[in-house]
Design a protein around this ligand. Structure first.
Ligand SMILES: CC(=O)N[C@@H]([C@@H](O)[C@H](O)[C@H](O)CO)[C@@H](O)CC(=O)C(=O)O
Length: 327
């Protein structure tokens, strides 16, 4: 899956376009349901036009899985995605440096296209250099894999600005390839773009409801949870933006916002993402892992009605994901 340029031992295939932050499907008993991952890959590619994935991140409940589960999930996505997906990036961040390194080595062994790491969020790095040194140790465990920093300050509580990190990380981590920027601070994001004049790094935006603003600012791609089921719609927005039809792009973004705003008011997170994906794709995603709780029937009914009213879902699209099968 990876291209090597002749002058460098380092893979340079750019991660771009929409990247789905994959859900980890589970059985009703809370075990990982590996059996549906093949179908999930086909769904992303054929129905949503999404050809790259970000595995074991926030949406994938990566930090709620054991190391052995994370390895198996990564392996299944790489295996099922072979010759179908453009890029499979594995999130290998963990509180333990050793675990993170093990996962990074494993990602390299199985032929993943890149790794991403978030800031350790319990005993936190106190400043930018300390954070970069931690990331460097992980990156060094997979010296041939592109490395991405996963910036998600609202969840990690690590408020180090991405533009400061970008400024210093390049000389410390030779495999550094870019950022996944999951924050609404467009000043910080804009300053990252401003520094990236040669466009050598991938600057991937991670707030789906604000993607158009980030595209204007210079995002080179996007990673998010809604691309699992709104990938087709978001791709239409990207196409409109590409052809400089900003009024259509804005209409698409507003339509996506109407849905996200609606579910936000009901309470939206990984559990609800699992339920919506089950509903839209017909592929059972199962419950989340505790402490997260399964989305309620009321949430599903309301989300289903909204998806239909926005034309994101027709009655004929509903398969076994419909509310009738929701227990
Ligand atoms: C906090 C959070 O889960 N953010 C999502 C967004 O895609 C988010 O679900 C979306 O913008 C709706 O708010 C992604 O940035 C997370 C992500 O890419 C991941 O699962 O690793």
């Amino acid at each position: 899956m990876t291209f090597f340029s002749s002058s460098m031992a380092f893979p340079k295939k750019k991660l771009q376009g929409l990247v789905a932050a994959t859900i980890t499907p589970m059985t009703e008993h809370g075990e990982i349901n590996y059996s549906v991952i093949g179908r999930y890959v086909d769904y992303l590619v054929e129905e949503q036009g999404v050809k790259s994935i970000f595995v074991n991140g926030t949406t994938g409940e990566g930090l709620s899985l054991s190391v052995s589960e994370r390895r198996q999930v990564a392996e299944e996505w790489v295996t099922q995605g072979r010759n179908k997906l453009d890029q499979v990036v594995i999130h290998v961040g963990a509180l333990s440096l050793k675990e993170s390194q093990e996962l990074a080595r494993h990602a390299a062994e199985i032929g993943a296209d890149g790794i991403a790491v978030l800031a350790p969020f319990f005993l936190k790095p106190g400043n930018t250099d300390v954070l970069i040194n931690f990331l460097k140790e992980v990156a060094a465990a997979a010296p041939a894999l592109p490395f991405y920093y996963y910036h998600i300050p609202a969840l990690t509580g690590v408020k180090i600005r991405a533009e400061e990190l970008l400024d210093r990380i390049q000389e410390k981590i030779p495999t550094f390839q870019g950022l996944k920027f999951s924050d609404t601070d467009l000043l910080d994001f804009g300053q990252c773009v401003d520094q990236n004049r040669q466009r050598q790094f991938a600057l991937l935006f991670g707030v789906d409801e604000q993607l158009l603003s980030a595209l204007v600012m210079g995002a080179t791609g996007a990673v998010g949870s809604t691309y699992n089921y709104l990938g087709k719609k978001t791709n239409q927005m990207l196409e409109a933006f590409e052809r400089k039809d900003f009024s259509s792009a804005l209409n698409h973004q507003f339509c996506i916002q109407r849905f996200i705003n609606f579910v936000f008011k009901l309470g939206f997170g990984v559990s609800q993402t699992k339920a919506i994906m089950t509903l839209v794709s017909g592929i059972p995603m199962g419950p989340p892992r505790p402490p997260l709780q399964k989305a309620s029937r009321e949430f599903i009914a309301a989300a289903e009605a909204k998806l239909k009213s926005l034309d994101f879902l027709s009655s004929t699209d509903l398969k076994d994901g419909s509310l009738e099968s929701w227990s």
